[in-house]
Write a protein that binds this ligand. Sequence first.
Ligand SMILES: [Zn+2]
Length: 81
Amino acid sequence: MAGKSTDSSSCKCCFCNLLIDSSFSDPCEIDILINMDKPKNQQYSQVFYCHMICLKKQFHAEIQQNYFYLESLVKSKNSPD
Ligand SMILES: [Zn+2]
C-alpha cells in the first residue's frame, strides 16, 4: 500500500505501484488535506509517495507546461553554476 511509511527508501508509487528508487527528485511525497475551507477539526490529511514523473502525468497538459515547476527547481539547484 502506498500509505505513510517511516522508511521512504522502500515506498511504492501511488500511481504506478512500483518501488521508488532515490533519484534527483524521487521519492516525492503528496500531502492531501481535505476540507481545507473548513475549521481545523473538520480537516483530514493523508500522505502518499510517488515518482515525480508519475505525478506530473496526472496533471492537465496546460498545468504541466505552465505551472508544474518542481523539476526545473531541482535541476537548476543541481546544475553547476
Ligand atoms: Zn510511479
